[in-house]
Write a protein that binds this ligand. Structure first.
Ligand code: NAG
Ligand code: NAG
Ligand code: NAG
Length: 529
C-alpha cells in the first residue's frame, strides 16, 4: 500500500511519454508496414519500465527506517476490563476462585522445570531413562472421557451484547483492504524471503514476565545467560510488508475462532510464544484454561497433559496446543500391557485431529525431530500402513517414513477442507538445529552470541524443507516456511544455559523465548489476515 503513490506517479508519467512515442513509432511503422514487429518491441519496453519502477518501490519498502503500518487498536481490552469488573461485582468470590484455579492450572510450574530433561529427551537432545515414561504418556493419555462440546459459558460475557464499535469495523475494513492487497501481491510475496533487521522495539514481550504461559526452561532471561542481542531482531520479508503484531488485532481477527498447534516441542514453543505475544507477556486473569473441553487433562501417572487450551473471553478466541511428535495416529498394540509396542499408523492422522478438526479455524502442524531410529525404538513405535505392519521398503527407511507421513497428513487435511471451508491449515517447515563440533550427545555446542553472523538474508525462492514444501504442493494446505530464516539464527538457541545438571550438554534445538519462534507467529499472522 505504501508504495502505491510511487507506482502511480511513475505510471502516469510513463504513460504520457509512451503515448508520444507510440504515435511516433506508429508513423514509422505505417511507412515501412511492419506493424506487428514494432508493437512487440514497444510492449517489452513498457514492461521493463514498469519492472524498474516496482523494483524501486520495493527498495524503498525494505528500508529499515521505513515506518511500518500499524493496525488500529480495537476495543477488546476495554471490554476485558469491563468484564472482569462485572465479574468481581457479581460474584467476587467466584472471581477470586477462578483466578486461583487458573493459576493452579498453569502449564508451567515446578514439574515443568524438572521436565526440562524430558522435553530435551523428546527431541533427542538428552538420553535418559525418563524418555519412555515421557513418550509413553503421550499414547496412554488419549482423551477418554473428555466432555466434548459444551462450549464455555459465554452468555454472561458483556461483550456479546455490545454492538460492534466503529473502531472495530475500521479494523475489519483495513484487514479486508489489506487482504485484497496481499492477494494481488501474492505472486511476488514470499514471507520466507527477506532479511533480519535490528529493531530496538523488540522483543514483543518480556522474558522476565509471561510466567503463566512461558516455561521457565525456555525463558533465557531467567537463566545465567547475559547476552540478549538475539531479542532485538525483526524479520523483514522482501516483497511484502508486515503489520506489527498486536495482541488485540490478533484477537479481533480470531473472534469466535480457535487456533491450534499440533506437533512436537518446537510446536509447543510456538504455542507458548503465541500466548506471550497475544498477552504482551502480562498475566490475564480472565483467560481461562479450557483444556478439559478438548480432553487435555493430566492422565494418572503422567507428568503433564497432552496439550493446553486457553480461552480469551473478550473475543471468544481459543489458542490450543496438542502434543503429537509424529503427526500420525498412535495406538497400543496390546492395551492391557504397559510395555506394549505401539502401532504408528503412518497413513492416519492423530485421533485428536480426527475428533476435533471441526472446532479448529487455524491449524499449524509440525513434525521432524522425532524421526530417527533411536526415538522410534525408545517409544516402541512400530510402523503401520493400511492397518498392518509396514512391508514397503521405501517407507521403512526413516526419511521415507517421515516423508510418507507428512504427505498423508497434508492430504488428509486437504481432503477435509471442502467440509470446513473456513479452515486455514499450515504445515510449518522444520526448525533447524545448530549443533557445532558434535551432535547433541557428542559435545555439540552453539556458543555464538552475535546475531546473524552467518548472514542476514534469505534470497532463494524455494523452501529449504523440500519434503514439507512438496507435500503441500497442489493442496490448499499452506506452507509456513521458517527453515531458512531460522537457519541464520544459531545464536538464538537455549545453548548451555538450560536449567539442567548434565554438564557439557547443550540445547541447540529449542529456542530462547522471546526469540525466533515469535517471528514464526508473526509470519503466521501475516498469512491469516
Ligand atoms: C478500504 O478501506 C476504506 C477506508 O480506508 C473503506 O472505506 C473501504 O470500504 C475499504 N474497502 C473495502 C473493499 O472494504
Ligand atoms: C464462540 O465461538 C464458538 C466457535 O469457536 C462458537 O461456536 C460459539 O457460538 C461462540 N460463542 C458465542 C457466544 O458467540
Ligand atoms: C514423498 O512421498 C510422496 C508421497 O508418498 C512421494 O510421491 C514422493 O516421491 C516421496 N518423496 C521422497 C523424496 O521420497
Amino acid at each position: 500500500m505504501y508504495d502505491m503513490p510511487q507506482k502511480m506517479k511513475g505510471g502516469f508519467h510513463g504513460i504520457r511519454s509512451k503515448q508520444i512515442s507510440l504515435v511516433l513509432v506508429a508513423l514509422v511503422c505505417t511507412i515501412i508496414l511492419i506493424w506487428g514487429c514494432e508493437r512487440t518491441s514497444i510492449l517489452s519496453s513498457f514492461i521493463l519500465q514498469d519492472d524498474q519502477l516496482s523494483q524501486l518501490s520495493r527498495d524503498i519498502l525494505i528500508d529499515d527506517s521505513e515506518p511500518r503500518p500499524v493496525l488500529p487498536k480495537d476495543s477488546s481490552q476495554v471490554n476485558d476490563g469491563v468484564e472482569s469488573e462485572l465479574d468481581k461485582k457479581n460474584n467476587p468470590e467466584e472471581h477470586e476462585q477462578r483466578n486461583h484455579q487458573d493459576t493452579g492450572k498453569i502449564p508451567v510450574d515446578n514439574k515443568d522445570t524438572s521436565g526440562k530433561a524430558l522435553t530435551a529427551v523428546e527431541e533427542g537432545i538428552i538420553a535418559t531413562g525418563d524418555e519412555m515414561s515421557s513418550d509413553g504418556k503421550t499414547e496412554e493419555a488419549q482423551p477418554q472421557t473428555s466432555e466434548e462440546g459444551n462450549p464455555v459459558d459465554v452468555d454472561q460475557n458483556p461483550e456479546n451484547t455490545n454492538p460492534t464499535t466503529d473502531l472495530e469495523s475500521t479494523l475489519s475494513n483495513q484487514i479486508f483492504n489489506k487482504s485484497v492487497w496481499t492477494r494481488n501481491e501474492k505472486q511476488v510475496c514470499n514471507y520466507g524471503k527477506g532479511k533480519w533487521v535490528k529493531d530496538e522495539s523488540r522483543p514483543l514481550y518480556s522474558g522476565f514476565k509471561c510466567k503463566r504461559w512461558l516455561s521457565a526452561m525456555w525463558a533465557c532471561r531467567l537463566t545465567q545467560r547475559t547476552d540478549f542481542a538475539y531479542e532485538k531482531l525483526r524479520w523483514q520479508p522482501k516483497d511484502c510488508d508486515m503489520y506489527d503484531f498486536q495482541g488485540e488485532n490478533f484477537l479481533a481477527r480470531m473472534r469466535h475462532k480457535t487456533l491450534t498447534f499440533v506437533g512436537d516441542s518446537l510446536g509447543r514453543q510456538q504455542f507458548q510464544s503465541m500466548m506471550c505475544m497475544i498477552t504482551g507477556g502480562e498475566d490475564r486473569p480472565e483467560v481461562q484454561d479450557i483444556g478439559k473441553q478438548f480432553g487435555l487433562v493430566k492422565a494418572r501417572g503422567s507428568i503433564r497433559p497432552d496439550g493446553w487450551a486457553f480461552w480469551f473471553p473478550s473475543t471468544n478466541t481459543t489458542v490450543l496446543y496438542y502434543w503429537s511428535a509424529s503427526l500420525c495416529d498412535l495406538t497400543p498394540i496390546d492395551p492391557s500391557n504397559p510395555k506394549t509396542e505401539v502401532s504408528m499408523h503412518l497413513d492416519r492422522p492423530p485421533a485428536f485431529l480426527q475428533r476435533f478438526l471441526h472446532r479448529i479455524d487455524v491449524l499449524v502442524l509440525n513434525t521432524g525431530h522425532h524421526w530417527n531410529r533411536g526415538k522410534l525404538n525408545a517409544n516402541r513405535w512400530v510402523m503401520y500402513v493400511g492397518g498392518r505392519p509396514n512391508t514397503n521398503r521405501r517407507i521403512a527407511d526413516i526419511a521415507g517414513a517421515k516423508n510418507f507421513t507428512i504427505h498423508s497428513i497434508v492430504h488428509w487435511v486437504d481432503s477435509q477442507l471442502p467440509k470446513y471451508p473456513g479452515l486455514k491449515a499450515f504445515l510449518r517447515t522444520i526448525s533447524p538445529r545448530h549443533f557445532f563440533n558434535g551432535d547433541w550427545n557428542t559435545g555439540g555446542s552453539c556458543d555464538n552470541t552475535t546475531p546473524v553472523s552467518v548472514g542476514k538474508e534469505v534470497m532463494r525462492d524455494e523452501s529449504s524443507d523440500s519434503s514439507a514444501s512438496r507435500a503441500v504442493w497442489g493442496t490448499r494446505v499452506k506452507l509456513l516456511d521458517i527453515t531458512a530464516i531460522s537457519q541464520l539464527r544459531d545464536e538464538g538457541h537455549i545453548s548451555r544455559y538450560s536449567i539442567k545438571a548434565t554438564p557439557g550438554v547443550q540445547d541447540c534445538l529449542h529456542w530462547c523465548l522471546p526469540g525466533v519462534p515469535d517471528t514464526w507467529n508473526e509470519l503466521l499472522f501475516a498469512q491469516i489476515l
